[in-house]
Structures are given as C-alpha cells and as structure tokens.
Design a protein around this ligand. Structure first.
Ligand code: MG
Length: 259
C-alpha cells in the first residue's frame, strides 16, 4: 500500500520527523569512548517517552528477525550495518557507530539514521565511506519531486555509491513510510532512471544509502538481528525521511527543525 498524506497528517509527520532528528542529534553528542550501546538504548527510550511518542522497534517482529526486537534504537558498530541489536558493548576510540531510529507520534512515523566516528581517531577510509552515504542521500533527495520516478532516486543514489567505489546490496533499501514504518514503494539503492512509481505530493519516503567497504554480502549475527558485512569490513548508513512537496522534497528528520 502507498499512502499519500493530507496536510493535517503532513504537519504531524513534520513533528515526528523533527523529534527523530533531535533524538539522533542528542545521542550523537552523548556517544563517547566508554558509552555502552545499552546506555544509548536507555536514553532513546526516555526521550521517546518524554515526547509522548512510540517506538516503532520495540514490538517489531518481521519474518527475518527472531521475535520482537525488544529495544528502541538500532546500534551498529564497525562491521555491523543494519538492524543492530543494542548489546553490552562499550564504545572505543575510532569505532564507526550507526544509529537508526524510527518513532511514531500521533499516528505518523519517521525514520532516520546517522553514521559517525566515536572519539578522536578518524580513520580516513571510514570518514570517506560515511561521506559517500551522505552524498548519495543528498543526490537521492535532489532527484525527488512530483513526477520523478523511484528509479530516478535509486539511480542518483547508486551513481554516487558506485563512483565512490562501493559495491551495492539490493536486499535492503529505502521505503515508503506513513502510518507505519515500512511501506511501499521500495527504494533500492541502485536503479534505472525513468522506471518505477511516479512520486506525488504528500508521499513520504525514507531514503537510506548504506554500504560496506569491500562487499555487498551480509551475514546475520548470532543475536538473530544484527546484519554484518560478510568480510568483516566497516560499513556506513545514512537516512532521512522526506516528504514530496508541490515543487520538490522536504527533509523532515533534520535536528534543527523548528517545532
Ligand atoms: Mg528505514
């Protein structure tokens, strides 16, 4: 099902998006050498509760997982990239941390992810990989607007990732979002321009370029959730929820949005 939001729902989506952006920004500021992933999960729960919002993750039990997720945020370190189950791990200098958060408030969900380096150590390959996903996201957003097709966004995202030298996995990508976290249309991180669903004002999309340094193959961790690079290489992931507007696209999950 593809949802097109009316102006009332779009206003709510802006509020949920701003909340997700603010929580991620706060968590980034607090994530330091010595921070446990379980601390980050706990802080996330309290910020969701304080805002009167609901976690999209805690009861999430898709076919590929192992029962309900049971946590409030995805925390993926280094070779972990998607669905990172928070665990008792203490962050070290130079760790590459990805935080992926989806929250629902007043019936509308928003979803965003950030990757960043913890502490003072900044391995150049990691800096470049994070930057590539950020540039790919910006390219996908720039390609979005009424009349554009999903393939235009996929192509824009995939071109940046490929030119940066990263293999692209097509099992997991972006998605529609609205009353629930994951909806049609699927937005692969590579594709052909001019193909696929034609975007309309009021559609919300979560665009999420992610890469692994030297492979497109994932392996599932023993925890049943966390997806890691098959080679053990580092990974990065960047995501925003956007709304298609009358003349382009609006990013809903920026940290600095006014209430
Ligand atoms: Mg997402």
């Amino acid at each position: 099902m593809i949802e097109i939001l009316n102006p009332t729902l779009l206003a709510r989506a802006r509020e949920t998006g701003a909340l997700v952006g603010r929580i991620l920004h706060t968590l980034r500021g607090r994530s330091a050498v010595g921070t446990s992933l379980l601390d980050i999960d706990r802080w996330t729960k309290s910020m969701i509760d304080e805002a009167g919002a609901q976690s999209c993750y805690v009861d999430y039990a898709p076919s590929f997982g192992r029962g309900a997720f049971g946590h409030y945020i995805c925390t993926a370190v280094n070779d972990a990239v998607l669905h990172g189950l928070p665990r008792d791990y203490t962050l070290a200098d130079g760790d590459l941390l990805t935080l992926d958060l989806a929250v629902s408030k007043d019936g509308v969900a928003a979803d965003a992810a950030i990757s960043f380096l913890v502490g003072d150590e900044k391995p150049p390959e990691s800096v470049e990989m994070i930057s590539a996903t950020e540039r790919a996201l910006a390219a996908g957003i720039a390609a979005a607007g009424p009349g554009a097709r999903i393939g235009d966004l996929s192509h824009a995202i995939g071109t940046v990732l490929s030119e940066a030298g990263y293999p692209i996995n097509t099992q997991f990508g972006g998605h529609g979002i609205g009353s629930t976290m994951h909806q049609d249309p699927h937005v692969p991180n590579t594709g052909r321009p001019g193909r696929g669903y034609k975007l309309r004002p009021g559609l919300l999309l979560a665009l999420e370029p992610w890469v692994m340094a030297d492979t497109a193959e994932l392996v599932t961790d023993a925890d049943g959730w966390t997806l890691r690079s098959a080679t053990g290489c580092r990974t990065a992931h960047t995501e925003h929820t956007i709304a298609i507007t009358d003349d382009g696209a609006e990013i809903l999950t920026l940290p600095g949005r006014a209430q």
